[in-house]
Design a protein around this ligand. Sequence first.
Ligand code: DX5
Ligand code: ZN
Length: 216
Amino acid sequence: MIAPSILSADFARLADEAAAVASADWLHVDVMDAHFVPNLTIGLPVVKSLRKATDLPLDCHLMIDDPDRWAIAYAEAGAYNVTVHVEAANDPVQLAKNLRAAGAKAGLSLKPGTPLEPCVEVLKHYDTLLVMSVEPGFGGQSFMAEVLDKVRAARRLVDTGHLKLVIEIDGGINADTIEQAAEAGVDCFVAGSAVYDAADPGAALERLREQATRAR
Ligand code: DX5
Ligand code: ZN
């Protein structure tokens, strides 16, 4: 699956930018609060408007403090998948239950330096694991290949039935990096600049999908 990130899109033309990637699997929406990460993007009103402007499933990646308090509103706004950061959540198990009760898939994200092992029990309550392959906060950063060990470990846990979730990767995914991520066992690839900086975002996403499918 490919999830273009609208962080690299033109924020004044979000409906058109969503339409430009109509063959995407999910549309990745980066919510930043200038506290959990040193950047500020968009929030709930924009997600509500996007929900009306596109049929694509919205994959909301909340890079915010206190997701226990704020995440449910994104589920209620119609997000398909709501991902919170384990480093920010107070009670991630209860939060996953609340997200599912509100009708969304529950996602848990790990920053590059956050190990997988202590999160495995918590991840049994989640539908998506978002492995960050850059420090969260900005698009256009370089891929950190060292996180692929975490992807391989998660892949083993899924393949042996210990976890049941979609493995997603976010940060620095492009034509040069997507194959190694696919080989490591990623199911869903977020790509911001590699899609939206291209002259034809729809064609760029199809090329990434072909590369990933071949490598996998
Ligand atoms: C970064 C965001 C990413 C970002 C990825 O904190 O979570 O989703 O849009 O951008 P690229 O694909 O350009 O690295
Ligand atoms: Zn993201």
